[in-house]
Design a protein around this ligand. Structure first.
Ligand SMILES: [Zn+2]
Ligand SMILES: [Zn+2]
Length: 147
């Protein structure tokens, strides 16, 4: 399946608009180049693949998830799971650090975060945007496992 890089429509190879363009001569033989474009808008196309979640067609070089599906995956649960797999180190007051275990500190921070809904939304977007390709691939893998 093919997808137009301009209009985003989907079509098969046989329905592309094709022609031969005159490229002059090569060793005395007339030379033509096979040209083909999107049948709808006449622009370039590329190979298409399906979004791993909803199955809609996207460009082969895109991430494995379409934009709509990706937006729905910006959730606190996903971010917490990714954060769990990718622990971060911070420097905090040594005395305070000695008062709590790492699990307790996680819990305290999560509670503080959930009490501040505006911060949650911003935090999710910032965390996902920090490495969107990683986020998209992680979500894709999660979906594949769930099936
Ligand atoms: Zn097109
Ligand atoms: Zn999708």
């Amino acid at each position: 399946m093919l997808i137009c890089t301009s209009c985003g429509k989907i079509f098969e190879q046989y329905s592309t608009k094709t022609w031969e363009e005159d490229r002059g001569e090569f060793w005395g033989e007339p030379c033509y180049e096979q040209m083909s474009v999107c049948p709808f808008c006449g622009d370039n196309y590329t190979n298409a693949k399906q979004c791993v979640i909803c199955g809609s067609w996207i460009k082969e070089e895109d991430w494995n998830i379409c934009e709509d599906c990706l937006n729905e995956e910006f959730t606190i649960d996903n971010c917490l799971e990714i954060g769990e797999e990718n622990p971060a180190e911070i420097e905090i007051n040594g005395f305070l650090a000695s008062c709590f275990t790492a699990e307790e500190i996680d819990k305290i921070l999560l509670e503080a975060l959930m009490n501040d809904p505006d911060r949650v939304k911003d935090a999710i977007e910032k965390y996902a945007a920090d490495d969107m390709l990683y986020f998209a691939e992680w979500v894709g893998e999660k979906w594949k496992k769930q099936r």
